[in-house]
Design a protein around this ligand. Structure first.
Ligand SMILES: Nc1ncnc2c1ncn2[C@@H]1O[C@H](COP(=O)(O)OP(=O)(O)OP(=O)(O)O)[C@@H](O)[C@H]1O
Ligand SMILES: [Mg+2]
Length: 394
């Protein structure tokens, strides 16, 4: 409760220290109004000239403006028009104060955009009541604006989540359809392959050791073995074996992949920076499959840096629940359009040198382990693959 003259005004705690700007050139009115407002717990600033109002509001927006209809340098109504026209300003309620309460003055004030009109001789109590009503108006308007802004953000965020879930579903459906196709093709190829291999065996037995055909038979056999290896890979991809999971330390697996690839990378003039945290939380996973993921990613990184570069491998915890492995290269990068396809089986830009199964296999393994794999890339600068897997609970 605040004592004002002989009146008790119940101060609204939410508005205590609200900032009020008085724009007027009559010093008697300003000093009296300032006293009343300060006694009620408000912080009061004062300026004389209408031309200074815009700059003041831009620099430190007040919560309310008390504006005289007549100022030393300009008309108060023009000040209101100017303020209301400036779109980027926050909402500040304006009470116009005139010497008299003439119908024409009130209409002019409201038409210019003011929120309230009072005569200067208004009682202290009425002034405080109107001030509080205007501050409440500001508070509600601000809350609505905040709500509006977060609502838009929430809609955008939710739409993005839905789009991601949709893309994920489409990809999973595609994988499963391709998997079924691959399994049946692999099965149909396997039978004739077995037939070819046994015929080759019989041919070799009938051929004299010095026959010129022996070399051809060797060559055919080699090619058949390449095909049967590919068929095995396809079958593995389509019907992956269910393997046992163990607690694994991803840093150890990444380190052993890097050690295995070290010579090959050095031969390709690739510098290796390995920052693998030794005290990473464990992950429940099939160790060989984890190795397969990181080997695929390191080989891809090597292929992306034909003229050498830097391979950076690091591990860490994303939050308390996830462990990440990041594999970054300074290679050619991947255009946005191609990024949409890289996890699809058989998608390759390497012609005969790639099967296009590497990343599809990584994707499937990571998914089966409840994690996710993402790519960030800039053409001409490099690519980073991020694998995240759920950490084991203690
Ligand atoms: N680090 C990388 N930098 C640039 N492009 C990459 C990178 N990793 C993958 N890609 C692109 O993604 C495609 C698919 O990769 P994926 O590993 O699935 O197949 P591949 O490497 O072409 O063949 P495979 O792995 O079967 O030998 C690649 O052909 C290449 O275009
Ligand atoms: Mg690959």
């Amino acid at each position: 409760m605040i004592l004002v003259g002989f009146q008790f005004i119940i101060a609204d705690m939410g508005f205590l220290f609200a900032n009020i700007l008085i724009v007027d050139s009559s010093s008697a009115f300003v000093s009296e109004t300032r006293q009343v407002l300060q006694a009620a717990g408000y912080v009061v600033r004062h300026i004389e000239k209408g031309r200074e109002v815009l700059a003041q509001v831009e620099d430190a927006p007040p919560d309310l403006i008390l504006l005289a209809t007549e100022l030393v340098d300009m008309d108060g109504y023009d000040v209101v028009r100017q303020l209301k026209r400036t779109r980027e300003l926050p909402f500040v309620p304006i009470i116009m104060m005139g010497a008299q309460e003439r119908h024409a003055d009130i209409t002019a004030a409201l038409n210019a955009g003011a929120d309230e009109f009072l005569r200067k001789s208004v009682s202290n109590v009425e002034l405080l009541v109107r001030v509080r009503a205007m501050l409440r108006l500001k508070q509600t308007t601000d809350e609505l604006a905040d709500l509006n802004a977060t609502l838009e953000e929430k809609v955008v965020e939710r739409t993005r989540e839905l789009e991601q879930a949709h893309a994920h579903l489409r990809h999973t459906e595609k994988l499963s359809a391709l998997g079924n196709l691959a399994a049946s093709v692999a099965h149909d190829i396997n039978n004739p392959l077995t037939g070819i291999l046994s015929s080759l065996y019989l041919m070799r037995q009938d051929l004299p050791a010095d026959s010129a055909l022996v070399e051809d038979v060797d060559l055919i056999e080699q090619q058949v073995h390449i095909i049967s290896k590919l068929v095995r890979q396809l079958q593995n991809f389509a019907r992956p074996p269910r393997l046992e999971r163990h607690p694994v330390m991803l840093s150890d697996i990444v380190n052993s992949v890097v050690t295995f690839m070290r010579k090959d990378l050095q031969k390709n003039k690739i510098e290796i920076l390995c920052e693998c945290t030794p005290d990473l939380p464990l992950v429940m996973a099939v160790p060989d499959q984890m190795g397969e993921i990181f080997l695929n990613l390191v080989i891809n990184a090597r292929d992306a840096m034909p003229d050498g570069g830097t391979l950076r491998v690091y591990t860490g915890t994303a939050d308390h629940n996830n462990v990440y492995v990041k594999i970054a290269d300074t290679g050619m990068g991947i255009s946005e359009e191609i990024q949409h396809h890289i996890f699809e089986p058989f998608f390759t830009t390497k012609g005969d040198k790639g099967t296009g199964l590497g990343l599809a296999i990584c994707y499937r393994i990571v998914q089966e382990h409840g994690g996710n794999i993402e790519v960030e890339s800039v053409v001409g600068q490099g690519t980073k693959f991020i694998v995240q897997l759920p950490a084991m609970r203690e």
